[in-house]
Design a protein around this ligand. Structure first.
Ligand SMILES: C[S@@+](CC[C@H](N)C(=O)[O-])C[C@H]1O[C@@H](n2cnc3c(N)ncnc32)[C@H](O)[C@@H]1O
Length: 414
């Protein structure tokens, strides 16, 4: 969808075409029949834009819930947008930043003035505005900027939001209370994993942050520790058990420099793991985990705790120990329920061998297996085929390494 097609969607005829497209998509009409229906009334370009938008709204429900029905998306914009719950979590903390309570040119906000330098279709922008911030947003892509503005309007937030097309490099973070940046992690050839290849690049984003009184930078959860600036707080966030992002909090958000908490002193920055939607959070306690043999229960820590190097803290919570000092599986004699780890009861432990595992599963009548691995090079799908499972029972198979030897654990989820 180009800018012209998007603008057409905002006209009265465009809105009518989109409403019809939403209706035919909801009725389950196949794409050809849907296009034929709309083209009786609208031209081909508007028909195509409306049907694309209707399909995107449907996809958008996974991230934006019911509000997707009034929002606008681009395919890349939707893919890169922060889901509502995660954006709202961050926005609450941003809104608590010290600020003058006057937006730059915006009037409806009571919270800090925030500069969002990579607003995309506005996932974070909306959450920040909702939390009470006055947000000035820019995006290099004119279409993204217009879509973000249309979304702010659709959700009744225009009194506290301004959006324009600009390069982040041409903004002045020092004029705001908070800089928020969610650099693009997509290049022309798909997803980008190296923060140096983000747009703006990680050094350029940090330079912008250094000019703001406080900053929050959203990055991929795999950010290498050596790229997190000294003194920052890095917060890994998972949503319903899946790690979504890390937020790097700087300036006024960073912990005090004399903070000598265990997490801070060992890495030069503070670490935190947060679970959403509950909002539970875990910070380093200085816990150290022992290593020991497989016991009755196996615990798989939440990915946010693993990324934040808080596995010893989770082991402490469940009174457990590690199976191997380098692998994030915990074992323990007692069943302790915690949102920080999934628990499994261990039924059988064996050095990994396809033949032995197949025989054990056959004996147990296992037709359905969830296969998990950490520290194992086994190709899970290939293994599933090779196991030729058959039977009425279900198990969880955990493949791991203990003291450099591969093991398979046959377990049951608790
Ligand atoms: C990850 S998306 C932002 C998603 C947004 N936070 C949301 O929740 O919808 C990154 C955006 O940065 C924009 N971008 C990339 N380089 C930029 C630059 N130098 N200046 C401003 N925006 C840029 C891209 O066009 C893209 O829309």
């Amino acid at each position: 969808m180009d800018l012209e097609a998007f603008r057409e969607l905002l006209t009265p005829e465009g809105r009518t075409a989109l409403a019809e497209a939403v209706r035919v998509v909801a009725e389950g009409l196949d794409p050809v029949a849907a296009a034929t229906t709309l083209r009786r009334v609208h031209d081909p370009a508007l028909t195509s834009a409306a049907l694309t938008q209707a399909a995107l709204r449907r996809r958008g429900e996974a991230k934006f819930g019911d509000e997707a029905a009034v929002m606008y998306f681009t395919p890349h914009g939707l893919e890169q947008a922060t889901r509502t719950e995660v954006a709202a979590h961050r926005a609450r903390r941003v809104a608590g930043a010290a600020g003058q309570g006057q937006g730059v040119g915006a009037t409806g906000a009571t919270g800090p003035r925030v500069l969002d330098v990579c607003c995309g279709i506005g996932g974070d922008l909306i959450a920040l505005a909702r939390a009470g911030c006055a947000v000035d947003a820019v995006d290099l892509d004119p279409l993204a900027a217009e879509v973000a503005l249309a979304n702010a309007a659709a959700l009744g937030l225009t009194d506290r939001v301004q959006v324009r097309t600009a390069d982040a490099a041409d903004t002045d973070p020092s004029a705001y209370d908070v800089l928020f940046a969610d650099p693009a992690r997509r290049g022309s050839r798909g997803r980008v994993f190296d923060p140096m290849a983000y747009s703006p690049s990680w050094p350029a984003t940090l330079e912008l942050a250094s000019r703001a009184p406080a900053a929050c930078l959203k990055v991929a959860p795999g950010i290498p520790y050596e790229l997190v600036p000294e003194g920052a707080e890095a917060e890994w966030v998972s949503y319903k058990g899946e790690v979504k992002e890390a937020a790097i909090w700087l300036g006024g958000f960073a912990p005090a420099l004399d903070d000598e908490s265990p997490g801070h002193t060992s890495t030069g920055f503070s670490r935190r793991a947060t679970l959403l939607p509950s909002g539970e959070t875990l910070v380093p306690t200085g816990a150290e985990a022992d290593t020991g043999p497989v016991a009755r229960y196996l615990y798989e820590p939440d990915g946010a705790a693993v990324r934040a190097h808080l596995v010893a803290e989770v082991a402490d919570l469940v009174g457990g120990r590690l199976l191997d000092p380098r692998i994030a599986y915990i074992t323990g004699d007692a069943l302790v329920r915690t949102p920080w780890a999934a628990a499994y009861e261990v039924h059988e432990v064996m050095p990994f061998s396809l033949k032995a595992l197949r025989a054990a599963l056959r004996k147990r009548g296992v037709g359905n297996a969830t296969i998990k691995k950490r520290g194992s090079a086994v190709d899970i799908e290939q293994l599933r085929r090779d196991l030729r499972l058959s039977g009425d029972n279900s198990v969880v198979i955990v493949l791991t390494r203990i003291a450099d030897r591969p093991y398979a654990l046959i377990c049951q989820a608790v």
